[in-house]
Design a protein around this ligand. Structure first.
Ligand SMILES: NC(=O)c1ccc[n+]([C@@H]2O[C@H](COP(=O)([O-])OP(=O)(O)OC[C@H]3O[C@@H](n4cnc5c(N)ncnc54)[C@H](OP(=O)(O)O)[C@@H]3O)[C@@H](O)[C@H]2O)c1
Length: 263
């Protein structure tokens, strides 16, 4: 199926690993141009090398950028628009979660989650908006988590801020509709990315990856009986960016293997 992404420009905030990197690969495979960023220089270089296997220096832009730094974000977005002549799609995928119950989470951790789940998104959307508008419309896809609707006590700061981001996405879908900018979310359950690999190596280095993820799926009672893969999330992101999704805005696609009971 032709997704109509040939020649489109997709900016992926946090595209040097996990879901963001896989999404960049899949956009390139569809003939789009991609910009990725992250804080870590060597991870960024490694991701760039990976993407060069699919695209070229003409279709890829990679730069370091901290998404909670307004100047960084504006520079990254404006440099992308300059290199490719505009922007059509913004994917907000940067981030990490904080584990901890209410009385364990520090002010600094709350602050970090608020910065990542609100200000990073606010800066990126403010920065991308004039470019999307110039193209006569575009797509914004915010990565979220099932936690936004079904909080888990051991991830209180992430769950609470995720809920706010869900609310913000809905408001923006209405505010930006007159500009033909469609705003949607993809809500993740447990997806096998570097985020989980770091936890595996820290908490259960004795288990093989297969054993660890099988165990995790059981512990989390994931109805499909397994954790998800990044490409299963990226497929939903590409669909929301596609010409086929032209009348979809203000909604969320869950990629969570039927995890959770919230309607
Ligand atoms: N995997 C899951 O099960 C799961 C579940 C629910 C939600 N999510 C969310 O999905 C998104 C993608 O996560 P992932 O699992 O793909 O994780 P990942 O493999 O750790 O990738 C995270 C990406 O975000 C970048 N990043 C993090 N903080 C950043 C910052 N301040 N500025 C710029 N870039 C930043 C990282 O690069 P640097 O570290 O180099 O900056 C990396 O490119 C995150 O928002 C995560 O919270 C994931």
């Amino acid at each position: 199926m032709d997704l109509g992404l040939q020649g489109k420009v997709a900016v992926i905030m946090g595209g040097t690993s996990g879901v963001g990197l896989k999404t960049a690969e899949m956009f390139l495979q569809e003939g789009a141009k991609v910009a990725i960023c992250g804080r870590n220089e060597s991870r960024m270089q490694q991701a760039y090398e990976e993407l060069l296997k699919i695209g070229s220096s003409e279709s890829i832009f990679a730069s370091t950028c901290d998404v909670i730094n307004k100047e960084d974000v504006n520079e990254f977005i404006n440099s992308t628009a300059k290199k490719f002549g505009g922007i059509d799609i913004l994917v907000n995928a940067a981030g990490q979660s904080v584990m901890g119950y209410f009385f364990d989470v520090t002010d600094e951790q709350w602050e970090q989650q608020i910065q990542l789940k609100y200000f990073a998104i606010i800066y990126a959307i403010r920065g991308a908006y004039p470019h999307l508008k110039n193209r006569g419309g575009g797509r914004i896809i915010n990565i979220n988590a099932t936690l936004s609707k079904e909080p888990e006590r051991h991830m209180v700061a992430t769950a609470a801020t995720r809920a706010g981001l869900m609310n913000l996405s809905k408001t923006l879908s209405q505010e930006l509709a007159p500009d033909n900018i469609l705003v949607n979310s993809v809500s993740l359950g447990v997806i096998r990315t570097d985020q989980w690999e770091r936890r595996r190596l820290k908490n259960a280095p004795e288990l093989s990856a297969e054993e660890y993820y099988e165990d995790l799926a059981k512990k989390r009672n994931i109805p499909l009986g397994r954790v998800g893969e990044p490409e299963e999330v990226s497929a939903a992101i590409l669909f929301l960016a596609s010409k086929q999704a032209s009348y979809i805005s203000g909604t969320t696609i869950e990629t969570a293997g039927a995890l959770g009971k919230a309607l």
